[in-house]
Design a protein around this ligand. Structure first.
Ligand SMILES: Cc1cc2nc3c(=O)[nH]c(=O)nc-3n(C[C@H](O)[C@H](O)[C@H](O)COP(=O)(O)OP(=O)(O)OC[C@H]3O[C@@H](n4cnc5c(N)ncnc54)[C@H](O)[C@@H]3O)c2cc1C
Length: 658
């Protein structure tokens, strides 16, 4: 079994980062060398990295698949971004944010990375305020905070329910400055199709102009991918429809290790699936758990009546409601981490207490907080989320529906867990470099900081930490050597071969000329993933899932129908390429889940649970990052382990009860 090292400098955690930063000063941040960097992606990670690298004097080529960087999936982020500012004076600190994140990740994150993340969290807020991001403020002018899961302090900064959008507008304005200054060249509606390796180093990419279908070669001294997560492997998820993992999978096929793919986050507060024709699920922000209480009926006959539609939630009095999170986890209540809340909802629904016609929903109820704070305060906090919920379900959670014994009951939302975020990703070392020299991965597409479960409001923190404060410095350690290398020509045979392979693959997909659409096969893959590689996994189920995925992949290879040609815009062809890569990804998730005979965070193996149904880790055998090396289509990838080393935090069983 191969074992890898994450190249973390020696020393206790805080010291490490100090030494590390001192080392950075050796590199002139305003260097004027003609070094080119390709940044693929303009989400929060990509836009912030491209803007920062441009500002530092590098020549940046920045690509995205949308028609504007502002349309990256990051705009969907609603609830907020964490930072250890301690504005509430509630005992928060860098150490506490570090500790909560490591614990929230079920002790499967790399400790030193998380410390660095917590340390730069405060700089992110300052940076964004300076850009004019309109964070919510208290009456006195101080930035406001709210709480997210897995924390007992208020450290989440927010801009109503549109935090991601506002942060992205900030990053976009910095990016635009660099475009104007000529340091960033932006290519919208360009998709990276492959990474080009020359003499063992990433030296460029093959991209496709999505509007003309033309393949284009880009060369550079380093390549950074910031292309988001792989949640859409499951077909139905809270991710934007365009989210795909093709760039990451191409890097994996070219030799980049893929780490911890089985760590997939299932978010507890999404609008339940309501039919077979659905292609997207909607998240109701975790911020709602600050004031909303989650419950199901105590009596099975009430649940049955709700399922049959003969009773409504607001007709069930207080004493017959089971606030099961508050009951099971008194210390954190409704603010337990997402993996814990999702499993608890599934447990109640599996026992027959679900509250909608499919039996797969629980209530999120604002009656208590509206009675306590008044509807105006609640609307100020969550108005746009209430409106969004009404638009989709035709039910407004702020409407009073009933009064029992003088207590007003409001219409509760219905929610159920759904695929949301992927903690796994391209393996990176401490400098965010992948196992291919010169190839870096940042934001959701790397695996770096969240272990087996991400805490709410920490993805934006990580993406912006990577983009503004980590990568622009660490990449210089690599680029410092590159100054003596001439820029490689795109006429090299490596570029020609890569381009030819992309072209041939498009021809292959177009020439199958079968009978099934991309979406119909993707939907079937999603069903397999959810059923066998979803919230509760077993060895037997995972093996069945893998077998079914192989069969369906054969169907894809022989019976797919892609209309049109490769010239010009062909969205079906682009989707077919994404689906090809979702197959690779789905199998990788299953392989990793099968190899990890324990439950931790978002990876729940039903064979490994306590009597109370909590995840049972096995630190003796699985205290490592599981990295996978590609071994060719149809072959099992090879597992390589990066052992985890904890120096500052004691590894223990997670406890959210007291
Ligand atoms: C509904 C929802 C709400 C969320 N709310 C929060 C929240 O409140 N707080 C929080 O911390 N996190 C939240 N998250 C998670 C967070 O939004 C994401 O993890 C984060 O925005 C990812 O940023 P990114 O820059 O890594 O990737 P993305 O924003 O996904 O951007 C990917 C970029 O890569 C580009 N791209 C992809 N493939 C290619 C390719 N092959 N070639 C060229 N370009 C490519 C895309 O065009 C895009 O520009 C939420 C997620 C969802 C789904």
């Amino acid at each position: 079994m191969k074992v890898i090292d994450s190249k973390i400098p020696a020393g206790p955690v805080p010291e490490k980062w100090k030494e590390y930063k001192a080392h950075q000063r050796l590199v002139n941040p305003k260097n004027k060398l003609k070094l080119d960097v390709i940044v693929v992606g303009t989400g929060l990670a990509g836009a912030s990295a491209a803007a920062s690298l441009g500002e530092m004097g590098f020549n940046v080529i920045n690509l995205c698949i949308q028609d504007s960087p502002r349309r990256a999936h990051s705009i969907a982020a609603q609830g907020g971004i964490n930072a250890a500012k301690c504005y509430q004076n509630d005992g928060d600190s860098v150490y506490r944010l570090f500790y909560d994140t490591v614990k929230g990740g079920d002790y499967r994150a790399r400790e030193a990375n998380v410390y660095r993340l917590a340390e730069v969290s405060n700089n992110i807020i300052d940076q964004c305020v300076a850009q004019g991001v309109p964070f919510a403020r208290e009456y006195g002018g101080m930035l406001a905070n709210r709480s997210f899961g897995g924390a007992q302090v208020s450290r989440t900064f927010y801009a109503k329910g549109q935090t991601g959008q506002q942060l992205l507008l900030g990053a976009y304005s910095s990016l635009s400055c660099q475009v104007q200054a000529g340091k960033v060249k932006l290519y919208t509606r360009y998709e990276m199709e492959d990474v080009v390796i020359v003499d063992g180093r990433a030296r460029g990419i093959i991209a496709k102009d999505l509007t003309t279908g033309k393949l284009v070669r880009f060369s550079a001294n380093a390549v950074v991918i910031a292309t988001g997560g792989y949640g859409n492997t499951y077909f139905l998820s809270t991710n934007a429809m365009g989210c795909n993992c093709s760039a990451a999978v191409q890097c994996y096929r070219k030799g980049a290790y893929f780490a911890n793919p089985s760590y997939v986050q299932i978010h507890p507060t999404c609008i339940p699936v309501h039919g077979d024709k659905q292609s997207k699920l909607t998240l109701m922000s975790e911020s709602l758990r600050n004031d909303g209480r989650i419950w199901v009926p105590k009596k099975i006959e009430d649940a049955k009546a709700l399922q049959q539609g003969t009773k409504q939630g607001w007709e069930i009095p207080e004493e017959d409601r089971d606030y099961y999170l508050e009951r099971r986890y008194p210390a954190f209540g409704n603010l337990v981490p997402r993996d814990v809340a999702s499993r608890a909802a599934k447990e109640r629904c599996d026992k027959g207490f679900g509250v909608n016609n499919t039996g797969l929903a629980v209530f999120l109820d604002f009656s208590e907080s509206i009675n306590r704070l008044g509807i105006d305060v609640i609307m100020q906090r969550y108005g746009n989320l209430f409106e969004m919920y009404e638009e989709i379900t035709d039910l407004f959670p702020g409407d009073v529906a009933n009064e029992i014994n003088g207590v007003k009951y409001y219409k509760p939302m219905m929610i159920y867990p759904a695929i949301h975020y992927t903690m796994g990703g391209i393996w990176v070392d401490y400098e965010l470099q992948t196992s291919i020299p010169g190839l870096f991965a940042i934001g959701e597409c790397n695996f770096s900081d969240h272990g087996a479960n991400r805490l709410g409001a920490s993805a934006l923190m990580q993406g912006l930490a990577d983009g503004y404060f980590v990568l622009p410095y660490t990449i210089q350690n690599y680029l410092a050597d590159q100054a003596v290398w001439p820029k490689v020509s795109t006429d090299l045979p490596e570029f020609a071969e890569a381009e030819k392979a992309v072209d041939a693959e498009q021809d292959r997909l177009l020439n199958i000329k079968g009978k099934r659409s991309v979406d119909s096969i993707h939907k079937e893959l999603g069903h397999i993933m959810w059923e066998y590689v979803g919230m509760g996994r077993t060895a037997e189920g995972l093996k069945t899932g893998l077998k079914k995925m192989h069969e369906l992949e054969k169907e894809f290879d022989t019976n797919l129908f892609v209309p049109g040609t490769k010239e010009g815009l062909n969205i079906e062809l682009d989707k077919a390429i994404h689906l090809r890569d979702f197959f690779t990804m789905g199998q990788l998730v299953a392989f990793d889940a099968l190899s990890r005979n324990e439950s931790c965070g978002g990876h729940f193996r039903e064979e490994y649970q306590t009597e109370e149904g909590e995840a049972k880790r096995d630190d003796e055998n699985y205290f490592y990052v599981g990295c996978w090396e590609y071994k060719g289509k149809g072959n099992e990838p090879e597992l390589i382990k990066e052992p985890l080393e904890y120096e500052a935090i004691k590894v223990q069983t997670r406890n959210y009860k007291n």
